[in-house]
Write a new protein. Sequence first.
Length: 250
Amino acid sequence: MGLFVVVGAEHSGTRWVSHMLGLHPNVSEVVHLSFPGAGQNPLPRVMDLIASGDVAGVVLVTRDSNAVLRAQKSGGSFKKLERASKIKEGLPIFHVFEVDVVSNWVACAHKIVSHAQECGVKFSLTSYEQLIQIRQLALERLFQSLDLDPHRYEFFEQPHTDRSEIVKWDPGYTTSPIDGNTKYYLPLWWKKSKFWFRPVTLLRNAGRRLISEILHSKVAKALGLNQIARRLLRFARRAMSNSRSAFFPK
């Protein structure tokens, strides 16, 4: 049994990776930290954890840089970190290494790997895209690199959005990838559309998130509302597809 640390750029899927890793029977606890996290640089804490001797392994999560940069515009805290670094210059938790969230994460990742090697702590790299597309193979490789037996893992077939098994540090509402990277890419019809068409996509994304929460709510399952939510989700997808074809025919 051991403590593992999962790190990655903000909005790169670190909480989801922590959830999957935490389901392994040989993992006693997972500390998950985003770069930045709540407007702070968690690098000093990661370095201290690695040096403590209590960490069995470190997992570095990467994600398509376009998706990570796009996520900052809708809810990231890198700008907050930049502002704090100018006001509280000299404090390590507010230090900024590079000018954008991806480059800053890369600089931190190099320091983490170097420190892990110096301290003799195992580390592994994985990507959000790998885990979406070939989850079992990616997890097996991850476990092997951390000296965790893949044969003891029972959740390879668990759906991406299934939260029936919750680890103790997981609040249970941010561990499932709803639509992968697609929400960060502007489709062609968006670029062609007038300004007043754009709120439609924002409403669509909000609706899909709401429906996804209903789908995986135990109360909703008990009341049979999850079946209604599935029908609404299918209807919404067809409606948006038809609307794009109507407004912007090929």
